[in-house]
Ligand binder design. Structure first.
Ligand code: HEC
Length: 174
């Protein structure tokens, strides 16, 4: 099955799960690194998370997420996720949006047509520049929301792991 079909199917399933969920609140403790798979970090639930060292060095995926966000999402959501009059500040939203909901919203999009609004979050499930980097976007925004990651390009980052290179090649090529 092509990867984007798989992703959409997963997102649809997650959206169902998400709609049954209760209020979610993320914080630095929940997001704490519990495991490290060659430079890809996860929290104790196994969800992707960021790692920021004392000298400000970020993990590769957070850095990559910064670059992707500020090329694909910032036009609506503001530089560094700070928000705009058109779309919410994701540096705040991600305090209450979990990984599954995030994936579902970004892959499937969302419309808010209430009260004369015409605010549309496009579906990115077909856009490789986004869906190949979902985890990167998630950990970057998570770091912005609960990890005290400052605005702007992170000055220092870990090297790109081989696994990230392999995943990128297979996703972008497939
Ligand atoms: C064309 C403008 C536009 C672009 C580009 C865009 N978004 Fe959105 N996004 C929106 C709007 C508008 C909303 C609010 C929709 C609503 O109110 O239901 C939204 C909502 C969201 C939400 C839910 C926020 C909340 O507080 O509930 C997430 C998460 C999100 N976008 C992620 C992204 C990511 C990640 C990207 C880049 C890959 C992106 N968006 C690109 C317009 C955009």
């Amino acid at each position: 099955m092509p990867i984007r079909k798989t992703l959409l199917a997963v997102a649809a399933g997650l959206a169902l799960l998400a709609s049954q969920g209760s209020t979610y609140a993320d914080d630095a403790a929940t997001a704490a690194v519990a495991s490290d798979a060659n430079g890809k970090y996860a929290d104790k639930e196994g969800n992707p998370t960021y790692k920021i060292q004392e000298d400000g060095t970020v993990d590769w995926y957070t850095y990559s997420g910064y670059r992707r966000f500020n090329s694909e999402c910032h036009v609506c959501h503001g530089a560094d996720g700070a928000g705009s009059s058109f779309a919410p500040a994701l540096a705040t939203s991600l305090k209450s949006i979990n990984y599954a909901d995030f994936m579902a919203i970004v892959a499937g999009g969302r419309k808010n047509l209430s009260g004369g609004n015409e605010k549309v979050m496009p579906a990115f499930g077909d856009n490789k520049n986004v869906y190949c980097y979902m985890d990167d976007l998630y950990v970057y925004l998570r770091a912005r929301a609960v990890g005290d990651l400052p605005r702007g390009r992170p000055a220092k980052h870990e090297n790109k792991p081989d696994a990230a290179k392999e995943q990128e090649t297979s996703c972008m090529g497939g």
